[in-house]
Design a binder for this molecule. Structure first.
Ligand code: PHE
Length: 342
């Protein structure tokens, strides 16, 4: 009997089999329990030897059962641990993080630099009337500047008698809207999207400008020069810059100037502040009295400067991006390469 149970217990492969064996051997109606019940029918002499023998057998089987049970539990645990094994030295699964588009990055940089000089941010609609985009800025219907700007006009259904709308060709209409809203004095920049029907390596039909406007009682071109110098130094992170003001013409400024910065292109990389090249970065001038008037600001009392700068252009320069069109292709590989992680 002993050998039978010890053998069966040793061979049991799982806890259920083991439990069956326990019931069979030492359960209430198990083989050994039944034999123990027989003890009462025995003579005292027989009982003296059989009693302790049966008890010893019961103990032996019980401890074999619990030893086997512990062994089975160990194996089960081992198996589970092997299955759930985790290599903490493995490199983590990388998550693709989004990046900040260079245009957004540069817009933020520009905004921060002008904010330090007291310029607030203003906004205007990208679809605007031809009054705000042209007439109010002293560009009448027949003016050649309208044709030069390759304007996108919005279709109008027959009988629609709202004023003609255009995709704004520059951020200058925000000058008018801001002055209408707050009057003078005013100091704002207006970054945003603008549209012109043009497409090549340095032109896309949608691009970005930042407008600057400062109107007060005695603001002059000298203030414009200082503000632009401070901007260029901060933006290109150089101690010294040289700006060149070239006489130019815009209907909404008088006098007008295009501004170049001294630079060099050494091995294809731009160095600002040194060298023999000049790089045009913006158009500017003193706001035309008619423009002030159109925006409800008295030109006998107020004067100031305005400028308009290409954001895409200065982004290309600072970060060495050769083709403007890549900004707007949404190629993830390009975005990952040129994008900024915060
Ligand atoms: N709006 C002009 C352009 O798009 C730039 C400009 C802005 C010039 C303000 C003078 C003053 O070319």
């Amino acid at each position: 009997l002993r050998d039978k149970y010890i053998g069966l217990i040793a061979a049991a492969g799982d806890e259920a089999t083991l439990e069956d064996l326990r019931v069979q051997a030492v359960g209430k109606k198990g083989e050994i329990s039944l034999m123990m019940r027989e003890l009462g029918k025995m003579s005292p002499e027989e009982r003296q030897t059989a009693g302790p023998a049966l008890n010893a057998l019961k103990d032996e089987i019980n401890s074999a059962l619990s030893a086997k049970k512990a062994a089975l539990e160990d194996t089960a645990l081992d198996e589970r641990l092997r299955g759930e094994w985790l290599d903490v030295t493995l490199p983590g699964r990388t998550r693709r993080m989004g990046t900040i588009h260079p245009i957004s990055q540069v817009t933020e940089e520009v905004t921060a630099i002008f904010a330090d000089m007291g310029f607030a941010v203003a906004e205007g609609p990208q679809i605007d009337t031809d009054w705000y985009n042209f007439d109010a800025l002293n560009i009448p219907g027949h003016h050649p500047a309208r044709a030069e700007m390759d304007t996108f006009y919005m279709n109008r259904a027959e009988g629609d008698n709202r004023p003609p709308h255009v995709l704004r060709t520059h951020t200058s209409p925000v000058q008018i809207r801001s002055m209408e809203k707050t009057g003078a004095p005013i100091r704002i920049i207006a970054p945003g999207r603008v549209y012109r029907a043009d497409y090549d390596q340095t032109h896309t039909p949608m691009f970005h400008q930042v407008e600057g406007l400062a109107i007060d009682r005695d603001i002059s071109m000298a203030n414009l020069k200082w503000v632009l110098e401070e901007f260029v130094k901060a933006y290109f992170e150089v101690d010294d810059v040289e700006l060149r003001f070239r006489a130019s013409h815009f209907p909404f400024t008088e006098p007008s100037a295009e501004v170049d910065i001294r630079c060099s292109w050494e091995g294809g990389t731009l160095k600002v502040g040194e060298g023999d090249d000049w790089l045009e970065i913006l158009g500017s001038g003193m706001v035309h009295p008619k423009v002030l008037q159109n925006a409800g600001v008295n030109p006998d009392e107020w004067q100031g400067f305005a400028f308009g700068m290409g954001i895409d252009r200065i982004a290309m320069l600072k970060y060495g991006i050769p083709d403007l069109r890549a900004f707007f292709d949404s190629d993830l590989r390009w975005l990952r390469h040129y994008g900024f992680t915060s």
